[in-house]
Design a binder for this molecule. Sequence first.
Ligand code: GDP
Length: 305
Amino acid sequence: TKKYDDGLEKSRLTFGQRLNALFANFRSVDEAFFDDVEEMLIEADVGYETAMKIADELRDEVKLRNVKKPEAVSQAIVEKLVDLYGQEGQAEDNQLHFAPQGELTVFLFVGVNGAGKTTSIGKFAHQLEKAGKKVLLAAGDTFRAGAIEQLQEWGRRDNVPVVASAAGSDPASVVYDAVKRAKEEQFDILLVDTAGRLQNNVNLMKELEKVKRIITREVPAAPQEVLLVLDATTGQNALVQAKQFKQTTDVTGIVLTKLDGSAKGGIVLAVRTELHLPVKMVGLGEQMNDLQLFDPNRFVYGLFK
Ligand code: GDP
């Protein structure tokens, strides 16, 4: 919990300070005030549509309930943010889906280079292993120089085996080998890394589809999760990327990384309201335990603490 709160320090400063500044000059809830609220939310990367929506709803509510006190207005803003996230679906959407006990679970990690796929897999494998799961990793990013070694390094650190072949080889064949081994040796969970080059989008999307098809052919209920890894520091660009991935791959959830380095925690809401995808995990640093399951209430309230 402490890590969660510390990790959000920068986002909190931005949101919190802006909100305070907003109320420091507070005179009345007039049009200029709502404009300022909108601007604050946009700067925190909540997304344009979401910012407008919140400001509009706030306007109605303030009028309807005749709210005048700044504290009440401030509280209403925070509640709107929490509601907005909650409205978009059930609480269980945010949870990761695993296969029943005794069956193989496969998670596929996708996203552009540098988003944090390999690191997130490494951290997650560590946590699963510590929880007593038998974990296998597949080095499906055969394209980026160093990606295979990087995953193998995590494997050594986590004490988890890695299925890999030479750089440049067919990722589908690596994944096939990994699924086969996972079934034969009764692993609980297989985490699959994939390539994220953007230079050739069409080929990348085809490759991801092929990898996914192979997994499903071997294990019909898998992959249980296709997790799109997004770098929070890239802000609205992350949303554009996500839309591309979502069009061609059945993404089931988002892993939002580098929130520790980002002053823009509002991106979590943008992902939810504009992409209609749940954030399932957040990356709050580079250490083993810095990947955490996402808790919307704690997250939003954490931003304003
Ligand atoms: P990939 O190309 O998607 O596999 O990306 P990597 O896993 O290689 O990550 C790219 C860089 O981001 C590395 O230097 C990671 O250490 C760093 N990184 C990943 N996740 C986080 C995070 O949550 N916080 C911070 N501060 N850095 C991260």
